[in-house]
Design a binder for this molecule. Structure first.
Ligand code: DI6
Ligand code: FE
Length: 401
């Protein structure tokens, strides 16, 4: 069944550029794009449906390639304490921080986790997201990580969004393994990853490489097992200090290395050589009042692809809008609106290993797009959140929420 979409302009985002087609038309056949170009060149065809997009700007559906959407409780109380001068370290020493989210997540039932994550994910969808990556990492034992990953799979079947599931068991040290980080890594490698992968719950493996989390040596053990299981890897790296996790990620052909404020030019060279995407997370940078900027010039100079994501999580980035992240990428990281939009479309798709099928509007790609009632593409990075009039199409079907 063919559908014609016309009376629109398109920013196709092919090759990570606006690649604009004015007065465009697009033909979808089932879930795929069959033709796209200037309306004047539209070949004659028989269409089951014709949609008038009323002058909208069409972009690929937004892709949020780094989130921790599934968690119990929230940490607004800690936010309040931090604003009163209590440090993150003091809060953590009193059992707060990631540990408090782990307790709340372990205590929550699968249905409770699903219900709270569903609300957060709906906010992202209302913002034009058609693909999202969601990490586990607040369970930190086999049963609790499994519970989170099952919720992630269920979100993908019950909401009109493509969901990629990432196992982040190596996010923090669970209390049962206090002072035994190597033993916990061994448990991840021997028990957790093989079991969760065998259950089909894992699309990629991530870890938190940081002096207050896991060392590059520990992360490498996780990467080796991921590789044996045939799973691609990603890494939280260089967020608070420089351990060259991003170079390690590049050595393992990681899909992405994320955060990266403290990365070096050598890390950028390694990432460029392996095609590892730099996922920048301006929400966490902002929320932690970080001052060290990611090395934008080195990333550009060496041609590292840059993606932008929400990092939606209760501790460092309670961000419910990807468009707000685009604005922050421009204001805080000095990206252009075009670079920012590429970061939440084509480059975000590449960061999920989906770059061949998603992320731009080209013949043969999946028909995931948003028709925005805006004046120009830069509007997407201009407005600070809020709702924009739009139609959201996923797999060729209108799924506007
Ligand atoms: N980096 C972060 O900013 C979050 N996780 C990570 O690896 C922090 C998560 C939290 O504080 O709950
Ligand atoms: Fe994160």
């Amino acid at each position: 069944m063919k559908t014609l979409w016309q009376h629109c302009h398109v920013a196709t985002m092919a090759q990570g550029k606006y690649s604009i087609i004015e007065d465009a038309a697009m033909v979808t056949a089932g879930t795929l794009i069959e033709w796209i170009g200037p309306r004047a060149e539209l070949p004659n065809g028989d269409y089951a449906q014709v949609h008038d997009l009323q002058g909208a700007w069409v972009t690929p559906g937004l892709i949020d390639c780094h989130t921790h959407t599934v968690f119990g409780g929230n940490r607004s109380g800690e936010f309040e304490q931090r604003l009163e001068g209590v440090s993150y370290a003091e809060i953590a020493a009193k059992g707060g921080g990631i540990a408090s989210t782990v307790r709340a997540t372990r205590a929550a039932s699968e249905d409770e986790l699903f219900a709270s994550a569903h609300k957060r994910l709906r906010s992202l969808l209302r913002d034009g997201v058609t693909t999202v990556e969601i990490k586990s990492g607040y369970g930190l034992d086999l049963a609790s990580e499994r519970k989170i990953l099952r919720v992630i799979r269920r979100l993908g079947t019950e909401l009109p969004v493509s969901v990629r599931s990432t196992c982040l068991a190596a996010h923090a040290l669970p209390p049962e393994y206090a002072d035994r980080a190597d033993d916990y890594i061994e448990h991840i490698c021997q028990e957790m990853l093989p079991a969760l992968a065998a259950e089909g719950l894992v699309d990629a493996v991530d870890a938190f490489c940081e002096y207050l989390a896991f060392s590059p040596e520990q992360v490498e053990r996780v990467f080796i097992v991921a590789q044996q299981l045939g799973l691609p890897v990603k890494l939280h790296a260089e967020q608070l200090s420089s351990l060259h996790g991003s170079s390690l990620a590049a050595r393992y052909q990681a899909l992405s290395a994320d955060h990266l404020e403290f990365m070096t030019e050598e890390d950028a060279i390694a990432m460029a050589a392996s095609g590892t995407v730099a996922v920048l997370l301006p929400g966490a940078f902002y929320f932690l009042r970080e001052t060290q900027l990611p090395p934008m010039e080195a990333l550009r100079k060496h041609g590292v692809k840059i993606a932008i994501a929400s990092d939606l999580n209760p501790g460092t980035s309670p961000a419910l809008s990807v468009r707000l992240m685009l604005n922050m990428a421009c204001t805080l990281f000095r990206m252009t609106p075009e670079e920012a939009l590429a970061g939440a479309t084509q480059h975000a798709a590449t960061a999920l290993g989906m770059g061949e099928t998603h992320g731009s509007l080209e013949v043969g790609k999946v028909a995931d797009f948003v028709a925005w009632q805006i004046d120009r593409p830069a509007d997407l990075a201009y407005w600070l959140g809020g709702e924009l009039d739009k139609r959201v199409v996923r797999h060729g079907v209108d799924v506007t929420v």
